[in-house]
Ligand binder design. Structure first.
Ligand code: KG4
Ligand code: ZN
Length: 390
């Protein structure tokens, strides 16, 4: 079966709402493939002052933003509430208080309008962001099963995704991080080096100026899950661990006497919030030892993601690869994944930068197959912070 729902495409208009972390987002998508609007109110600047997302602040901002963001999405799409076929909302995983703002609002809308409510797993949304864009761009449809790497500040997951007889998607988790997410490692290492938040764009940009082979980082092999949790001993898994490399960077900074240099950079950047990740001024604050460390860190992380992803694709006979989540914006990741996929003759798809970070178009897109197969949420839908996929 092919990833192509055009045959069942009607006029299905779904309003998607997303509030799982630090972005309040709403979008109207037609039949899972045509984004008529996509509005995102980011709280990044608010949380940047704290070096990470502060849950209480996030909930408060979602409360402030959800109504105007939904209104803006409806306006941009030029549709009325009556035109909608369903309301879709992220039910997890994410921050409980943040999720509840979107869910409560979506439930009220669904009840008030008499339209069905659809609960969507945020991670499933990230996968469908890529599939939606692949369809929109008219790219050849991807063959199933797909191997999806969802890699962000909160997640590093590998899923084998397929579509069943009735058109419903199924996901099997074949890899996850046992500690930090890859994006979290980027954020923590950037912080250790006195760089800004979120760390990904800083490291991505500065890595281009360093030698990726200067420092050798090693990843230990993670035991298959079955061995760790009493599961089947022969279960093949492709799990990740990123906390070790963070500690290795910290140790490197200490053993190479870089601490003062780091603190000087932290002070300079605090005084110049206008110097972004790509600014020449920011690069000038890093000596070659720092740039080499940054380039080596990124090279090691991307290499690890690449090896696990392609090994899993081979083991499970995946016929295409999808990469999504905030870290999918990384330039080295895109370049090396594309090259490896080309070498193996495997189709690969990445989201545009706009759809790689959290948004609601991906939630409305993922809701479409559920709408078609009648998988609606009960009135009792609640937030599930640890919701799993597959
Ligand atoms: O998907 P996302 O917006 O939010 C969630 O975590 O759900 O991902 C944010 C993460 C952050 O950790 C950020 O540092 C990382 O994505 N990120 C990047 C890049 N841009 C954002 N990591 C590496 N390279 C990038 N260019
Ligand atoms: Zn996300």
């Amino acid at each position: 079966m092919r990833v192509n729902e055009r045959d069942v495409k009607q006029t299905g208009l779904i309003l998607g709402i997303e509030s799982s972390c630090d972005e309040t987002a709403a979008a109207v998508v037609r039949a899972g493939g045509d984004a008529l609007s996509n509005i995102v109110a980011s709280q990044m600047n608010l949380h940047a002052n704290y070096g990470g997302v502060v849950p209480e602040l996030a909930s408060r901002e979602h409360l402030r933003n959800v109504v105007p963001v939904v209104r803006a999405a409806m306006k941009q799409a030029q549709v009325s509430f009556d035109d909608l076929d369903a309301i879709a909302v992220t039910e997890g995983p994410g921050l409980a208080g943040a999720l509840l703002v979107g869910i409560t609002y979506a439930k009220a809308l669904s009840f008030g309008l008499g339209k069905p409510l659809i609960g969507v797993n945020h991670l499933e949304g990230h996968i469908h962001a890529v599939l939606m864009e692949a369809r929109q761009s008219g790219a050849a449809s991807m063959e199933l099963p797909l191997l999806a790497l969802v890699v962000s500040g909160g997640h590093t997951h590998l899923y084998l995704a397929n579509v069943g007889e009735e058109g419903a998607w199924s996901y099997r988790n074949v890899g996850r991080t046992v500690d930090d997410a890859a994006g979290e490692a980027y954020d923590k290492v950037a912080k250790l080096l006195g760089l800004g938040y979120p760390g990904g764009p800083w490291i991505d940009s500065l890595a281009k100026k360093g030698n990726p082979d200067a420092v050798a980082f090693r990843f230990s092999r993670i035991k298959p899950r079955g061995h760790r949790e009493g599961g089947p001993a022969d279960e093949v898994r492709f799990d990740f661990s990123f906390s070790g490399i963070k500690t290795a960077v910290l140790r490197y900074i200490e053993t190479h006497g870089m601490r003062e240099h780091v603190e000087a950079r932290r002070r300079e950047l605090a005084q110049h919030p206008e110097w972004g990740p790509r600014s020449e001024e920011a690069a000038l604050l890093c000596d070659s030892e720092t740039l080499n460390l940054i380039a080596s860190f990124q090279h090691a992380v991307v290499g690890n993601l690449l090896r696990q992803t392609f090994a899993a694709a081979e083991t499970f006979g995946a016929r295409g690869i999808v990469v999504s989540g905030g870290v999918a914006a990384n330039s080295e990741l895109r370049r090396r994944f594309q090259a490896e996929a080309d070498r193996r003759g495997l189709p690969i798809a990445f989201p545009s930068v706009a759809l790689s970070t959290d948004n609601a178009a991906m939630i409305a897109a993922a809701a479409w197959p559920k709408f078609v197969t009648g998988k609606f949420a009960p009135d009792t839908l609640g937030a599930t912070p640890q919701l799993r996929l597959g």
